[in-house]
Design a protein around this ligand. Sequence first.
Ligand SMILES: O=C(O)CCC(=O)C(=O)O
Length: 473
Amino acid sequence: MGLKIGGKIARVNGKELIYEEFVKNYLEKNQPVIITGLMEDWKACNDWVTKDGLPNLSFFSSMFGNSKVQVADCGRREFTDQKRVEMSVSDFIGNWVDLFSKECGNASSCKDNDGSLLYLKDWHFVKEYSDYIAYTTPVFFRDDWLNFYLDSYMHMDETSQDKNEINCSDYRFVYMGSKGTWTPLHADVFRSYSWSANVCGRKKWHLLSPSQSQLVFDRHMKSSVYDIFEDVSETQFPGFKKAIWLECIQEQNEIIFVPSGWYHQVLNMEDTISINHNWFNAHNLSWVWELLVKDYNEAKEYIEDIRDICDDFEGLCQRNLAINTGMNFSDFFIFIIRFSLANLIQLSSLVKDHKIKIHDAPMAQHLMSNLASVKKVVSDMEDFLERLISCLDVKELLEKPDFKKLSIAMGTAYRRLRGELWEHSFDALEVDYGDFLHSIDDSHCKVYSPNDLVKLINHVAADLSTSFGEVNL
Ligand SMILES: O=C(O)CCC(=O)C(=O)O
């Protein structure tokens, strides 16, 4: 039985789309879209593609051949994903070239003798080759709290107290695979947004709105369908036949935006290279928290029968949550505290040092809406987090180089994003931390709980309002 296809995905020309429109029509409505016209200047589109429009495999071997990468075998399932192995880029390319010359003649879906079909996935290309500027992230995707944070708090030194608690170096990837490679049905990590740009080749996407995601789960809501094109058992997945999918073909040089919580399955229709980021921000922060709560409840239920013999049942649930989901409650909360402080400092600096009127400054509006969304999510956290967090001292935190890096990266990105052209143009480095600290009394300097963070945000807002009016968060 075929899938029910209920519609197509809109295509818009990125050169005619303004940031505010993208936010209103796609981020806020959580709707997918394909964006064209944004990749012409990318070095990747030149270096990585041959004149015939195929992946330039010899370029990869000679430039990046020694890199170690994760390769999925599309022919082998392992639990909910494809079996993965680590290999060098040159071995991966060697396998691809062998396959092509041995069996296929021209690019076609072909498996190795042992039935394997290799797909290079989740290559942290930007982290590894930061001097080779393969592309620039389109403006629509730059309000990226996840990668701002990981860029600042990523430590190789595991003993560091401030090490990055989120279990990944960054969420910027390159994918490469021959025709027929594919990605099983899934919703993205942390229920983040993602964007995926086709440097060469074509992909067929099937997407399912979150309002229908229960239809791809079994009757106990435990596991979801792996491959929507296999013979899906009606007994196991009774709702599957009712699901109505969006289908689209993404061409070379097109970028697809995949919103939060949309289940999707992807097929490379030709030999394909793509660039892919995951991110979250004020518009989907609540999705991240809701996923953590759901996964926490599942982790708890899974070990319920050993509760009585466990010294620290709650600690074990949180450890399992961190392993399975990539972060736990306190990792998320520490991220939120650091991120909120960076927002408060930038806001305070705009208003106090640079005498910006809030209503005249899109960047100040942006910072305020970030803080408003943080407050909303944090107020839901109180019940879960009372006991988990050890105290975070605002004064100590502000002195850390990692924090300064976060605050500067965020400030710089927002100034560019919001096209701020003030007569008082200034460098993010000028932000006066001492002055900011002065405005916080001792009772707000220590954050133990979500409620403390809300009080701190309100306190800074009230302080700014006293002198500058209208800082409503
Ligand atoms: O391109 C693919 O194979 C998968 C990409 C994907 O699932 C994503 O961007 O979330």
